[in-house]
Design a protein around this ligand. Structure first.
Ligand code: HEC
Length: 178
């Protein structure tokens, strides 16, 4: 009698589980779940529908790009504006100038950096002979400036000549670029 009851109970449990499983299967099927390529499947399908750019498209795009490049006039205007603003173009400086002088006189000798005035005056555009004389005078103590004199104590006249020539040529470097 007891065993029969147990078997009955077992049957009921199995039946319930079977119903639940079937219900879940039906549910997944109707929603189009993973097994049936539902939402996920659609995404993959969508991607396959996206058109790859044709060669014509690419050509059109590069033409548009070319059109948006500044025209010669605009570039000239920009150049003029820059000159008015007093900005100095890229100047090639020696390592010696860069390390010893640029901190106070600017990397281009303008005495400016990022729109702010530096400690040292503008050297750009000054004549090499004038710069050389200034440097010699600083070194000799004839022209007094604590900073510059102290700086040049260990600098030979030969080196001063090189600095003067280099700085004196800054402005001709710029003219060559134009
Ligand atoms: C620590 C800052 C500093 C450094 C570094 C420096 N200078 Fe100067 N320099 C000055 C100052 C400040 C003056 C202005 C002195 C004055 O007018 O009395 C000056 C003035 C000058 C002048 C005279 C310019 C003028 O119009 O009167 C020359 C030339 C010069 N420096 C060249 C150099 C050179 C070349 C170097 C690198 C070897 C150098 N300086 C490094 C601060 C500096």
């Amino acid at each position: 009698m007891q065993t029969k009851n147990l078997i009955n109970l077992k049957n009921i449990v199995v039946a319930v589980i079977t119903i639940v499983v079937i219900y879940l299967m039906v549910l997944t099927a109707s929603r189009g779940g993973a097994y049936h390529g539902g939402e996920q499947g659609k995404v993959i399908e969508d991607i396959s529908k996206v058109q790859m750019p044709t060669q014509q498209d690419t050509q059109q795009y590069s033409q548009q790009q070319q059109q948006t490049q500044p025209k010669e006039e605009v570039r000239d205007e920009l150049k003029e504006l820059k000159e008015k603003a007093g900005s100095i173009g890229q100047i090639n400086v020696s390592l010696a100038y860069k390390s010893k002088c640029s901190a106070c006189h600017g990397i281009d000798g303008s005495g400016m950096q990022d729109g702010r005035k530096l400690i040292g005056p503008k050297l750009y555009g000054q004549d090499a002979e004038k710069i050389y004389k200034d440097l010699i005078d600083f070194k000799a103590g004839k022209k007094e400036n604590v900073i510059m004199s102290g700086l040049l104590i260990n600098t030979s006249e030969e080196e001063l000549r090189k600095f003067a020539d280099e700085i004196g040529a800054f402005s001709s470097q710029e003219k060559n670029q134009k």
